[in-house]
Ligand binder design. Structure first.
Ligand code: 13P
Length: 256
């Protein structure tokens, strides 16, 4: 059956790029997008730069159709939270999406699914689409816990009020992030099918089938096509390969 969900190709720049490189990367992508004008490519393109670059990247991609997102947000709308940024602030800068619950937040900052859920709900309240990340560690996979861990994280992190339009899920096996070890298409599809089944249980048939579920973890121009061809893989959340315009663009072209 042909996929009816529109692909989402998202670049997570993480803590990379100063202004010069960020501007050059965003402009290079905007130029490539501009060339597709009138053809409506089968993917949405999203970049999630560090906070410091958001206004500059917003300016560079203006009018190109490329979407802007944050990499995290606080659960509160405003207040005494030194060093944090709210979803409302991201929306104010033109963001449409925000990543929440990335494994680097879960491990470096001790974020648990209940907190991730409140962040996702703050994103929804601000009119942003949360990209809710889940994924097992290598030890959990080796211990045969992959499906249980992903089920638990998904159930715990899914925001109340989630719909296919306002929420995206990203499956990112921790052992595949930044390691060059990608999940095989079959490994990815196995977890994506589980996520799909859980989404159907939580949201009903129609909504559950319409939610976009992204794969992340060493996705690159070489492996993207096979991963994106899996029935429940609706795009990618790309780290390293999103820092080179040519590579990121080639990954997006793999949707065609
Ligand atoms: P890499 O593509 O560098 O493995 O990173 C994936 C990721 O964590 C995206 O959020």
């Amino acid at each position: 059956m042909a996929k009816t969900r529109r692909f989402l190709i998202a670049g997570n720049w993480k803590m990379n790029c100063l202004r010069k490189d960020g501007r050059a990367l965003a402009s290079a992508l905007a130029r490539r997008m501009a060339k597709t004008k009138g053809t409506r490519p089968p993917f949405d393109l999203l970049v999630c730069p560090p906070y410091t670059l958001l206004p500059l990247v917003a300016e560079a991609v203006k009018g190109s159709g490329i979407r802007l997102g944050g990499q995290d947000c606080h659960m509160a709308e405003k207040g005494a939270h030194t060093g944090d940024v709210s979803a409302t602030m991201l929306a104010d800068l033109g963001c449409k999406y925000v990543i929440v619950g990335h494994s680097e937040r879960r491990s470096n900052h001790g974020e648990k699914s209940d907190l991730v859920k409140t962040k996702a709900e703050a994103a929804l309240a601000a009119g942003l689409i949360p990209i809710v990340c889940i994924g097992e560690t290598e030890a959990e996979r080796d211990g045969g816990k992959t499906l249980a861990v992903n089920r638990r994280q998904l159930k715990g992190s899914l925001p109340d009020g989630a719909t296919a339009k306002n929420t995206v899920i990203a499956y990112e096996p921790v052992w595949a992030i930044g390691t060059g070890r990608t999940a095989t298409p079959a490994q990815a599809q196995e977890v994506h099918a589980l996520v799909r089944a859980e989404l159907v249980k939580a949201l009903g048939e129609a909504e559950g089938h319409a939610v976009r579920v992204l794969y992340g973890g060493s996705m690159n121009p070489k492996n993207a096509k096979e991963l994106l061809a899996q029935p429940d893989v609706d795009g990618g959340l790309i780290g390293g390969a999103s820092l080179k315009a040519e590579d990121f663009w080639t990954v997006a072209q793999s949707c065609l």
